[in-house]
Ligand binder design. Structure first.
Ligand code: FPP
Length: 245
């Protein structure tokens, strides 16, 4: 292992903004498709390494609601890669005891993608070592609005008292219901933005930004990110002295 990691302090939930596929390809004189292909290979390797390191929840920002505005053929290629990934990785996910979930507006995904995702989700539903969340057709603001709508409907129906609505009840309406908030959010390619990602859940997340483009993000860099996280003191609003007590 390149970095010495305290296995007891591995973040339970790591969320990644996989950015830089296009620039990686451009720098090599390749098409953007080749960048996404390379990015998919990286995703496979990072899923495996995260699970080996003891990460219990890994969330990959695979397709945002805003990504629909990309050229049609690029969108089609990303979903082709996703379907290929589902076909090729089912056996590996089962072997590694990894459960697949989708965060986002599932019904708005292309039919073939929905079919293959539903198949893998059903087959891996019993897996417990790690949950792999793919954020697909995802928007953090839409997720918050959707939860608000569901809660407002419960209030209108008289099954929920507005006064009894607390953070836990709100979190239970999010796509991540039942999962812990991300402890660490990684963004590659030098961009310093959250891009509508896990807005409610990111409240106390630590951030790791790297200039590395996603296709070049390897197991060693994942370990560096986790080691960096372990050197930080998480305060959750308290003073440093209080946390040390
Ligand atoms: C970011 O690079 C990548 C995306 C928005 C595309 C989705 C990710 C993959 C294809 C890899 C993972 C796939 C699976 C199936 C898990 P960019 O295109 O925004 O790069 P750029 O900013 O350099 O143009």
């Amino acid at each position: 292992m390149a970095e010495s990691l305290d296995t007891a302090l591995v973040p339970a939930h790591v969320a990644v903004i996989m950015d830089g596929n296009g620039r990686w390809a451009q720098r090599r004189g390749l098409s953007r498709s080749e960048g996404h292909r390379a990015g998919t290979r990286t995703a496979k390797a990072i899923v495996t390494r995260a699970r080996e390191l003891g990460v219990r929840h890994l969330t990959l920002y695979t397709f945002s609601r805003e990504n629909w505005s990309r050229p049609k053929d690029e969108v089609a290629l990303i979903f082709d890669l996703l379907v290929e990934y589902m076909k090729g990785e089912l056996a590996n996910l089962l072997d590694q005891d990894i459960r697949l979930l989708v965060l986002g507006d599932f019904d708005g995904l292309p039919f073939v993608a929905r079919q293959s995702l539903a198949h893998v989700m059903a087959k891996t539903a019993h897996c417990r070592a790690m949950t792999l969340n793919l954020a697909l057709n995802y928007s953090g603001r839409e997720e918050i609005l959707r939860a608000s709508r569901a809660l407002a409907q419960k209030c209108a129906a008289g099954t929920l008292e507005p006064e009894s609505l607390d953070e836990a009840a709100f979190a239970a309406e999010l796509y991540t219901a039942g999962q812990p908030d991300p402890d660490l959010i990684i963004r590659t390619s030098g961009e310093l933005r959250l891009s509508n990602y896990l807005l409610f859940q990111a409240a106390y997340a630590e951030f790791y930004f790297t200039d590395t483009l996603w296709p070049d993000f390897d197991a060693a860099e994942l370990e560096r990110a986790l080691a960096d996280y372990q050197r930080r003191q998480r305060r959750f609003g308290k003073t440093g002295e209080q946390v040390a007590e």
